[in-house]
Ligand binder design. Structure first.
Ligand code: LMR
Length: 394
């Protein structure tokens, strides 16, 4: 049977990770996959995570199954972190998932069960795995404009004009904060306008929030998601703990389904548990337990928030440094958008040929659409990157 398999297109982000590993040049710079690195190039285990793991190791006396939805304490802690009380708890069905990708996958499967004809609208561009999963599930898909190549900001007029075509019952996928891959984000006023439009169209928001705490702070980064959850009758929210807890390989995510008035919560919850059972049965627990331990222990939580603040400050500092360096080299403010973008990524607007030239000549790796991971930089590599950007003529 295996001879009938078709080759699958490799994910461009993961392919880049592999090419980087195989490059023997010692001075190579990895700005590819979205993983935080400290100034020494290490993706550290956060202090609170280490402490929570120690606590779990000392106190955990069983590894028997949790529930199909995962540990309810994890869902409660995460709902509080993401939604901060914006929606009554009885309106929220939630399941633990393997990472944020697992939450996106389960969200799409739930949509397929409830509304198989719904079109899922994606920002252009978006994280490449969004369209990939939707295509794999055989669902309908459409795009809305998002990025203005000229300003490297949001093409808000284009976005609003495209979302005006959304049909009742369609799903609109929104990046809650720190847009991946562009780094360009909506203002609070623009979010309100988008939400009013989606409401008028009768669309269901699906929020992907994978970088809470990486933009302007834990609460600030959740503001749009909270506003949407409060304003939309129904919505879905896929949250990831990979980045803000630095527990990438533990695969820790949560899918929330906010129901209209609570009367459908039990039904949504049962369907989410069913989907977990079909796909992998019980969700992974170790990462979820780390997160719950941290969020429910005031001292651990304070330490985690402090370290997350440091991570965010490092990234903001690198943004400022790179923008200043490019200002100096180009004698213009053309690259100031780098300092205004938020999160791990910025799309700098280089052509695929220029991206390739930076890889070949300078050993600098970024995704072919010119998305770069700001956290892959440090004080030494910023000037090298700035020179490379100007030398290839971006
Ligand atoms: C990224 O966009 O680089 C991350 O979300 C990692 C991934 O799985 O693609």
């Amino acid at each position: 049977m295996f001879e009938h398999l078709k080759p699958q297109a490799a994910d461009k982000i993961l392919m880049l990770m592999q090419t980087f590993r195989e490059d023997p040049r010692p001075a190579k710079i990895d700005l590819g996959v979205g993983v935080y690195k400290d100034p020494t190039g290490l993706t550290p285990v956060m202090r609170a995570v280490k402490a929570a793991e120690k606590q779990i190791w000392e106190t955990q006396n069983t590894k028997t199954y949790t529930g199909l939805a995962g540990d309810p304490a994890y869902a409660d802690a995460m709902i509080d972190l993401v939604l901060g009380g914006a929606v009554a708890r009885e309106r929220i069905a939630a399941v633990a998932t393997p990472g944020g990708t697992g939450a996106i996958r389960q969200a799409l499967e739930l949509i397929r069960l409830a509304a198989p004809q719904a079109t899922v609208w994606l920002s252009n561009p978006t994280w490449p795995n969004h369209p990939s999963i939707i295509r794999y599930l055989g669902m309908r898909m459409a795009e809305y404009r998002y990025f203005d190549e000229a300003t490297r900001g949001v093409d808000f007029a284009g976005l609003m004009s495209d979302l005006a075509n959304v049909a009742a019952g369609d799903v609109v996928l929104l990046h809650g904060c720190c847009h991946n891959p562009t780094g360009a984000n909506l203002t609070a006023d623009q979010w309100s306008e988008v939400m009013a439009l989606l409401k008028a169209r009768g669309a269901v928001p699906l929020v992907d929030i994978a970088y809470q705490g990486f933009g302007d702070g834990l609460a600030a980064d959740a503001e749009a998601t909270r506003m949407i959850a409060a304003a939309a009758g129904e919505c879905l929210i896929a949250a990831s703990c990979s980045k803000n807890f630095g527990i990438y390989r533990e695969r820790t995510g949560l899918l929330m389904a906010v129901t209209r008035d609570g009367s459908e919560t039990a039904l949504a919850q049962a369907n989410l548990a069913f989907l977990n059972r079909q796909n992998y049965s019980f969700p992974p627990d170790h990462g979820a337990r780390i997160v719950t331990t941290i969020l429910t222990d005031p001292a651990l939580r304070a330490d985690w928030e402090a370290e997350l603040d440091e991570v965010r400050a490092t990234m903001l500092g690198l943004r400022r440094h790179l923008a200043d360096e490019l200002r100096r080299l180009t004698n213009s403010d053309r690259f100031d958008f780098i300092a205004h973008h938020r999160g791990m990524f910025s799309r700098i607007g280089a052509s695929p040929e220029q991206v390739e030239q930076m890889r070949a000549e300078f050993g600098i790796y970024m995704v072919s659409d010119s998305r770069m991971n700001i956290a892959g930089l440090n004080a030494d590599s910023v000037p090298i990157l700035a020179r490379a950007i100007t030398s290839v003529g971006v």
